[in-house]
Design a protein around this ligand. Sequence first.
Ligand code: HEC
Length: 144
Amino acid sequence: MKKLFLVLGISVVIAACGGPKPGEAEGGEDTTAAANQTATAATTNADTSATKTGTEPTAAAPAGKGATLIAGSDCGTCHKDHQKIVGPAFEDIAKKYTDADVDKLAKKVIAGGSGSWGDIAMSPHPALSEDDAKEMVKYILTVK
Ligand code: HEC
């Protein structure tokens, strides 16, 4: 009895698969598309991890964080990467300073002030933590 059910079951499966021939062709295409998608996803994942190992997570994270913090603050009102507006272009700040100036510049962002680039003063940012200000400055110094 068990064998009979098994045979019947298999027949049903075969019938289901062998049924609509065009549908089967479509199914085949879908599988290929899905496989392609999977391949793309796999490639993307591989790239991401490659980027991470390539740039060193510790170095990449602060830069990304700084850029995000700047985007969320008012810096863009007066600064652009490659163009002087009210304040100097980040590119020019990066040319003038090195990593050794990060502390000093972070304090300046928080306190505001003028004198380094001219008489126009930067507004103070007292709500910024020193760590966040440092992340921002670290990002600015990477702008080329
Ligand atoms: C109201 C306009 C304004 C805003 C907003 C502003 N800045 Fe500035 N920033 C300036 C000006 C003007 C200077 C040049 C100051 C000087 O000559 O010392 C400057 C200079 C700087 C410097 C170089 C400081 C130095 O001593 O050379 C850094 C770094 C900087 N800004 C970062 C930031 C960051 C980060 C933000 C956002 C949190 C920000 N700025 C927001 C106007 C602004």
